[in-house]
Design a protein around this ligand. Structure first.
Ligand code: C5P
Length: 213
């Protein structure tokens, strides 16, 4: 039958990726991190020396997305994430990445029976018919703290106040844009992860999926 799609949306550093990977492993589903697509576009532009691209430049980069960038450790840098959220506000860039995401949902790789897809507009735009939609939130303080630990684990310097400010700026840009703004679908399950460990979030999400399947 149709692949079972789990759509996970939410703001930066809410724990979407960690949850998505665990759910995909638990159910044998394929995982797509759509933020990585926007980040790869941004990284390609940065590498080409174009830190403030026009919509047309960014769209060209998205249309010939070079998959080598998806494997670069620099994909996770704050500068990459920040430019990703700038190009993600451009409608033509979103349109250029749309088909790949929809194809992944309709035909997950390796014949997987389902897909876990995380991003900002998966439940609202890319997969509005997904049988399970999760919207992860967490306080700015909790998210800044997690991002700091991540950065420190990679040996990068991490100033908590600066991280919090960047998270807030990215949230404002993602939620305030006209094209596919960050928001929960009406039928999404809201999970506030501020005071929950990954195990608790995973168990809750797993129960939601098992009920829907
Ligand atoms: O999730 P991540 O932080 O990797 O995403 C980077 C940026 O890409 C986000 O801040 C957001 O602006 C953009 N994005 C998006 N739509 C998605 C996934 C990511 O606009 N589905």
């Amino acid at each position: 039958g149709r692949p079972f799609v789990v759509a996970i949306d939410g703001p930066a550093a809410a724990g979407k990726g960690t949850l998505a990977r665990r759910l995909a492993a638990a159910f044998g589903f394929a995982y797509l991190d759509t933020g990585a697509l926007y980040r790869a576009v941004a990284l390609g532009l940065l590498r080409a020396g174009n830190a403030s691209p026009s919509e047309s430049d960014a769209t060209k980069a998205a249309l010939r997305l070079d998959h080598q960038w998806l494997a670069s450790p620099d994909l996770r840098q704050e500068a990459t994430g920040n430019l990703a959220s700038v190009v993600a506000a451009m409608p033509a860039v979103r349109a250029a990445l749309d088909a790949f995401q929809r194809r992944f949902a309709a035909q997950p790789p390796d014949g997987a029976p389902g897909a876990v897809i995380d991003g900002r507009d998966i439940g609202t735009v890319i997969c509005p018919g997904a049988p399970v939609k999760l919207f992860l939130t967490a306080s700015v303080a909790a998210r800044a703290d997690r991002r700091r630990l991540e950065l420190e684990a990679r040996g990068e310097s991490a100033d908590l106040a600066r991280i919090a400010a960047e998270i807030e700026a990215r949230d404002a840009r993602d939620a305030g844009r006209a094209a596919a703004p960050l928001k929960a679908a009406e039928d999404a399950h809201l999970l506030d992860t501020s005071d929950l460990g990954i195990e608790d979030v995973f168990m809750k999400a797993k129960a939601i999926i098992e009920t829907a399947r």
